[in-house]
Design a protein. Sequence first.
Lengths: 114, 114
Amino acid sequence: GENVEQHPSTLSVQEGDSAVIKCTYSDSASNYFPWYKQELGKRPQLIIDIRSNVGEKKDQRIAVTLNKTAKHFSLHITETQPEDSAVYFCAANQYGGATNKLIFGTGTLLAVQP
Amino acid sequence: KAGVTQTPRYLIKTRGQQVTLSCSPISGHRSVSWYQQTPGQGLQFLFEYFSETQRNKGNFPGRFSGRQFSNSRSEMNVSTLELGDSALYLCASSFSGGTTDTQYFGPGTRLTVL
């Protein structure tokens, strides 16, 4: 079945440094790749998403890149701040038919040290 | 617009009981998906409803069921609860339920089975 692998599982950076989280997916038909941030005890919140008609998307300090040939996509956070500390999940849609199913990666715990 | 809401926020049940969880999507959204979140398995897709019809179902036993009402509100039911059903149950709504639609999550219902 579809699978999304996410690395690393934990990431510790110093405030101001950059953080990169990488995901690979197995379903070559997937065409939607959202990233969610989940703080402790809170709901997952969408921070950025990319659709397969673009290779890169940026929103202030956050960017996502997509390589459809290699079937991987990455989240880049620049100038990290302590409030960026959270668990980040990547996901890919299951394409085909009338469905809105997301397959999630296992999450990355990002700790930004002040 | 109000966000996705879920009730109750916390539930404690014993093995063998059944439970019903409720999800109210963002106004105007017609698709509701349910996910189970556990530390060991991460975020796993349960099922998706669109216009009162189940469009997709994940790999969960038949004890897990759901429905959607004409106002797009959704309920999920778990019968004959097992210890392993302890989890955070999240619902997510999207506007049209298209495969690249953004999904917005509710705060979740924390279910503990004793």
